[in-house]
Design a protein around this ligand. Structure first.
Ligand code: SF4
Length: 375
């Protein structure tokens, strides 16, 4: 039995990951029962409040402006639109709404003020509110906390070494700095990563070392399986096997036993039996709804049928922590500082990202020419 520890080595984590599967499952399920009700799963709904047009070059992401994918972009949604989606999610059993905006970082100004209003509105619906908005400064994190934010999502994606093979426009250090800024408030941290991007098992272990060295551990760790989207640099990646997913979930559960481990992107590629095995291995949170930010997800009804056959029930909000209080904009203690933080641009050289961006540029020019000829 492990106590909560923050000094896991990569070797220790690899030893767990590579155990005979039945032993790994047994150990993970045992740890799971120490801190969680094994028959309860948190259901979160993801709302893409601003889709596409992102200046970053994350190799897996169809929202990056430089890759030509089929996603339809949209400007920042209104507070009323988001409220309507939150109410729908609540009536289908979700206890948490996660709002995602395709931004590099938060910029002070009217759009951020609108997001703060969304946070106030959803917190007043007695749902946990989470945001994923890119990098945030300490003052911005405090303003989100004051509005009633429950969790902030900022994924580490992979190990520090492999991160440089996937994203060139921002650095791992800035990810950690954002998490640190959030930790200076009472907002909980949600941070995880993606497997199946071509990384080695050592990189998966490296990511878990980085996450588990955060003190306290992130309250929530999403484990995504890459959904290879056409038009992105990672479009040719083979899907990960269910065994890899189960091993990753079980290892995360053992390394961070108190954390909610979330099955995120890639659930459509799993059978119901595969998902059940992930729940047994310690996953206790899912995203509901037919779409994640931009990739497909199982339908809510399918999830509820699966819950019924497995005897699982959706987790109620605020069972891990009390509901934050919402401070209205006019009573706010933290002001819009008009901050222009200088987050780094490390510019790692990633051949496949460059090739994809150039190919998309050429395709775009050719499409423009042929449209012009047709007019
Ligand atoms: S993952 Fe986020 S930061 Fe990266 S390109 Fe997509 S929207 Fe932008």
């Amino acid at each position: 039995m492990n106590e909560i520890k923050n000094d896991w080595s990569k070797e220790e984590i690899l030893e767990i990951y590579n155990k005979p599967l039945m032993e790994l499952l047994y150990e993970a399920a045992t740890e799971h029962r120490r801190y969680h009700d094994p028959n309860t799963v948190q259901v979160s709904t993801l709302v893409s409040i601003k889709t596409g047009g992102c200046p970053e070059d994350c190799g897996y992401c169809p929202q990056a402006a430089r890759y030509h994918t089929d996603i339809e972009g949209n400007e920042l949604m209104s507070v009323q639109q988001v409220k309507a989606q939150a109410l729908r999610a609540k009536s289908s059993g979700s206890s948490r709404v996660c709002m995602g905006a395709a931004w590099r970082n938060v910029k002070d100004g009217p759009e951020f003020d609108q997001v703060l209003e969304m946070v106030r509105t959803i917190n007043k619906l007695d749902m946990e509110v989470c945001c994923t908005l890119g990098m945030v400064t300490e003052n911005q994190a405090k303003r989100l906390a004051e509005a009633g934010l429950y969790a902030y999502n900022h994924n580490l994606d992979s190990s520090e070494e492999y991160y440089k093979e996937v994203i060139s426009t921002r650095g791992y250090e800035d990810r950690l700095q954002t998490i640190d800024n959030v930790r200076k408030t009472n907002v909980t941290v949600c941070s995880g990563g993606i497997i199946g991007m071509g990384e080695r098992v050592e990189d998966r272990a490296g990511m878990l070392v980085a996450l588990s060295s955060l003190s306290p551990h992130p309250e929530s760790v999403p484990i995504n399986a890459l959904v290879a989207v056409e038009g992105t640099p990672l479009e040719g990646q083979e899907p990960v096997s269910i065994w890899e997913m189960v091993r990753m979930v079980a290892t995360t559960r053992i390394v961070m036993p108190f954390t909610q481990v979330r099955l995120s992107a890639g659930r459509t590629q799993m059978t119901k039996e595969g998902q059940a095995m992930c729940f047994f291995a310690g996953a206790n949170s899912i995203f509901a709804g037919d779409k994640l930010l931009t990739t497909p997800n199982p339908d809510v009804n399918e999830d509820m049928e699966l819950f019924k056959s497995l005897g699982l029930k959706p987790q109620k909000p605020f069972i891990k922590k009390t509901q934050p209080k919402t401070v209205e904009a006019e009573d706010s203690e933290y002001q819009d500082l008009g901050e222009k933080p200088r987050w780094s641009r490390p510019n790692h050289h990633i051949e496949r990202n460059k090739e994809t961006a150039v190919k998309n540029l050429i395709d775009g020019e050719m499409a423009k020419k042929s449209n012009a000829r047709g007019q």
